[in-house]
Design a protein around this ligand. Structure first.
Ligand SMILES: Cc1ncc(COP(=O)(O)O)c(C=O)c1O
Length: 242
């Protein structure tokens, strides 16, 4: 974290220094550049009308795809903008052809709404949802995962992973999981909501982006790799029991 621009972040957070805001899990204090841009856009719509602003500022809208692809190291044409992250994840997941005999892996720290969809579809389509083994800090156990993927008698058809679960600071080894998924030719659905924009996330293959509530929340679907620093976190909760 030594290169983290703390002073700049402080300057750009107008809620400081009057508040110490620790409730950052889903919605931290909004940074000034984000707020200013939102207000500028809304003000323009208020004065000129939504369609007119869309037309007049089309280049800015298009630039989103280029900027997002630079962030994820993929093509602009691989970026899809969806109204929120849960919807984006669901669109990717519900489109997969999973059925009886298939196995889907997810961590015990997987995001709640992802688990709801996984459980619902496991019941309806008959695939088996398995929670991955983790270490004492709650980080996915890569040795276990490697062995599990090698077991061809119970074929894994999807690995779903929340890179940084919502409320605990845990960082799952997204890049290493991605490498294992690629080595075994297993689709990899990475929820990078809490990591994208905060740490490097590199997804050179298929990417799916979503943004929620005016703050950056993102998902990347990749069967290649997603980089995260080799930083591992504190004990985590909640855990979804199998
Ligand atoms: C890891 C993770 N995934 C998904 C979401 C859901 O995002 P949205 O509210 O945009 O659907 C969140 C929200 O905080 C999250 O932390």
């Amino acid at each position: 974290m030594s290169d983290f621009p703390l002073e700049r972040v402080r300057r750009e957070t107008r809620g400081l220094p009057s508040a110490c805001h620790f409730n950052n899990a889903g919605a931290a204090l909004m940074p000034a550049p984000v707020m200013d841009r939102l207000m500028d856009w809304l003000g323009d719509e208020e004065r000129r009308g939504g369609y007119e602003v869309e037309e007049g500022r089309r280049a800015e809208l298009e630039d989103f795809y280029v900027a997002a692809s630079a962030m994820l190291n993929c093509q602009a044409s691989e970026i899809a903008f969806i109204e929120n992250a849960t919807r984006a994840w669901n669109m990717a997941f519900y489109g997969l052809a999973l059925g009886a005999g298939d196995h889907v892996l997810a961590p015990l720290s997987e995001y709640g709404s992802n688990v709801i969809a996984l459980r619902q579809q496991a019941d309806r389509r008959g695939f088996t949802l398995e929670f991955m083994a983790d270490d004492e800090a709650g980080v996915v156990d890569l040795a276990w995962l490697s062995n599990r993927l090698a077991d061809r008698s119970r074929p894994v058809r999807l690995i779903a992973l929340s890179h940084v679960p919502t409320g605990n600071g845990l960082v799952n080894p997204a890049a290493e999981v991605g490498r294992l998924a690629r080595a075994h030719d297993v689709p990899y659905l990475l929820d990078a909501c809490q990591s994208l924009g905060q740490m490097p996330v590199d997804s050179p293959d298929r990417c799916l982006w979503a943004r929620g509530r005016g703050r950056s929340t993102a998902r990347a679907v990749s069967d290649r790799r997603a980089d995260s620093p080799a930083r591992q976190g504190r004990p985590h909760r909640p855990r979804h029991r199998p």
